[in-house]
Design a protein around this ligand. Structure first.
Ligand code: HEM
Length: 134
C-alpha cells in the first residue's frame, strides 16, 4: 500500500474493510478474555462491535455515522458505567494491538493508530486497582 495524496487517513489504510477486520479481530480477543468480557453489559457483542467500528471510522476520517446515530462521542463519559482499571486498560490494548497485527499496515500508519489507542485507553482509566473511583 502507498499513501495517495489527498486521501483521508481512513482511505489510506483501506477504508471500511480495514475497520471491519480490526474491530472484529478485537472482539474475538475480548470474547476469549472472561475478565474483560464481563465488563460488556450485552450478551450479544455485535452492537458493541458496530459502535466501536463506527466511532473509529469517524475518528480516522471516514463516514460520520457514529455521531449521526449516537451524538457527540464523549468517550470518557460513556465509559463511566464501566470500571476501567489499569489491568482492564492493558487487556483492552493487548487485544487491540493483536488485531492491529493482522492488518499489516505500513509502519507510519500502524504507529499512528497504536499511539492513538495507547493514549485514548489511558485517558479512559477511571478506577484504581483496589476499586476506588478516580
Ligand atoms: C482507545 C480506547 C477506547 C476507545 C476508542 C473506545 C471506544 C468505545 C466506544 C465508541 C464505545 C461505544 C460508546 C457508545 O456509543 O455508547 C465503547 C463502549 C465500551 N467500551 Fe470502550 N473504548 C476504548 C477503551 C476501552 C477500555 C480500555 C475499556 C475497558 C477496559 C472499554 C470498555 C468499554 C465497554 C465495556 C463498552 C460498552 C460496550 C457497548 O455496549 O458499546 N473501552 N468504547
Amino acid at each position: 500500500m502507498f499513501a495517495q495524496p489527498g486521501a483521508t487517513f481512513y482511505e489510506q489504510v483501506g477504508g471500511a474493510p480495514t475497520f471491519e477486520r480490526l474491530v472484529h479481530e478485537f472482539y474475538e480477543g475480548v470474547k476469549a478474555d472472561p475478565e474483560l468480557r464481563a465488563l460488556y453489559p450485552e450478551e450479544d457483542l455485535g452492537p458493541a462491535e458496530r459502535r466501536l467500528r463506527m466511532f473509529l471510522e469517524q475518528y480516522f476520517g471516514g463516514p460520520g455515522t457514529y455521531s449521526q446515530e449516537r451524538g457527540h462521542p464523549r468517550l470518557r463519559m460513556r465509559h463511566v458505567p464501566f470500571a476501567v482499571t489499569l489491568d482492564m486498560r492493558d487487556r483492552w490494548l493487548r487485544h487491540m494491538y493483536a488485531a492491529m497485527d493482522t492488518l499489516e499496515l505500513p509502519a507510519e500508519h500502524d504507529e499512528l493508530m497504536r499511539d492513538y489507542f495507547f493514549r485514548a485507553a489511558h485517558m479512559l482509566v477511571n478506577t484504581d486497582d483496589d476499586g476506588t473511583r478516580l
